[in-house]
Design a protein around this ligand. Structure first.
Ligand code: KG4
Ligand code: ZN
Length: 346
């Protein structure tokens, strides 16, 4: 049995978790996330320096809490997995350097994890205290939709992950956040906008479906933001219902493009399954639209529990187990000189 402590601080969540895994099963023993939403809300977005300082204050209490909740001590942990990138430099530094220090002091291997690989496996995580079977339908297509990334990845095995498409400008989550900001809906924009969308009519407004005609697997969302801005400027002061309708119609455009491109990729690569992961995978309309496509095409749909849609450390621990135990990647013995990689790609 392997016990992995995960540490994640790539953006504005200080997170630590402990998983227990063998080659056929994984359990989440603890999962702690300290969100800084309340702090960054007043600025309308994440302030990198504020986030890093907050991580610095929180990191050890959060790590200790995760170990305690798992009813373990550090000497029982087999390895420490930490996010090396991508993300905000100051934020990454706190978690990664803490993990390095803990690994060094306790003579444990350090697993340097790509945040996006963490999201990639998040659909496999059971709820805290439960166990799930590591049953993986190879190959699968993963749509990673987060605040900083929108990528289609072909997952062939535990270590071979090929980006087959990505956004050429804004990420889907970023587009949601910016659209919400244009309408003064508050922060974080994605969940607020999708709540308003549930009260509106999708057919009320016609928004473009960017890149849908192009046969590649890339996306572009910045035009949709501009198109929303034009409509709002034309309309003047908006009623609540107008805002709801704009949210519903705008969200429908984003979701249609995400779903159609993913479907095309899954067909092209003859995938067995489709995973939708990252913060935007919390979106219920996206989940619903993808469910219908997967049922029609006989693909399994791999969705994270809502608990693990956003940033968390259980997915970082699991990514460590996948690459270093099942994928047999060796850990970096010289991790003392290892550094964060803010613009790391998958
Ligand atoms: O993966 P994540 O928690 O952090 C990053 O790695 O970036 O993703 C955060 C993003 C934000 O842009 C947020 O607005 C978006 O996920 N998001 C949503 C929803 N919940 C979170 N977007 C659309 N609908 C949602 N329900
Ligand atoms: Zn993320």
């Amino acid at each position: 049995m392997t016990y992995i402590l995960g540490i994640e601080t790539s953006c504005d969540e200080t997170a630590a978790a402990v998983i227990k895994a063998n080659k056929s099963e994984v359990s989440v023993l603890s999962h702690v996330v300290n969100s800084q939403i309340k702090i960054h809300e007043q600025f309308g977005g994440v302030v990198p320096e504020v986030a890093a300082r907050q991580h610095l204050v929180n990191i050890l209490p959060i790590v200790n809490q995760a170990i305690k909740q798992a009813k373990l001590t550090l000497n029982k942990i087999s390895a420490i997995a930490a996010t090396q990138g991508p993300g905000l430099a100051g934020s990454l530094m706190v978690g990664f350097e803490t993990a390095k220090t803990l690994a060094w002091l306790n003579n444990k291997p350090l697993y340097e994890i790509n945040h996006l690989t963490g999201h990639l496996w998040s659909w496999l995580l059971p709820e805290v205290g439960k166990t799930s079977t590591l049953n993986i339908p190879w190959p699968f297509i993963a749509l990673i939709v987060s605040g900083g990334h929108t990528e289609l990845v072909l997952v062939k095995d535990f270590v071979n992950h090929e980006i087959i498409g990505k956004t050429l400008d804004d990420a889907a989550g970023e587009a949601f956040d910016k659209a919400a900001k244009i309408m003064n809906l508050g922060y974080p924009g994605g969940p607020i906008l999708s709540k308003r969308a549930a009260l509106g009519k999708e057919q009320a407004w016609d928004f473009p479906r960017p890149m849908l005609q192009q046969q590649d697997f890339n996306f572009s969302f910045s035009g949709l933001k501009t198109s929303l801005l034009y409509k709002i400027n034309k309309l003047g002061k908006l009623s609540d219902q107008q805002i709801n309708d704009l949210c519903a119609s705008w969200q429908a455009a984003v979701i249609e493009v995400l779903v159609e491109k993913t479907v095309r990729a899954a067909k092209f690569y003859q995938a067995k399954a489709v995973a939708v992961v990252g913060g935007v995978s919390a979106n219920q309309n996206l989940r619903q639209a993808m469910t219908e496509k997967c049922v029609n095409n006989n693909w399994l749909l791999l969705l994270p529990h809502m608990t693990y849609a956003g940033d968390n450390a259980a997915m970082i621990a699991l990514a460590g187990f996948m690459s270093h135990h099942l994928g047999r990647q060796s850990s970096n013995k010289n991790f003392l000189t290892s550094a964060i990689k803010p613009s790391l790609n998958i």
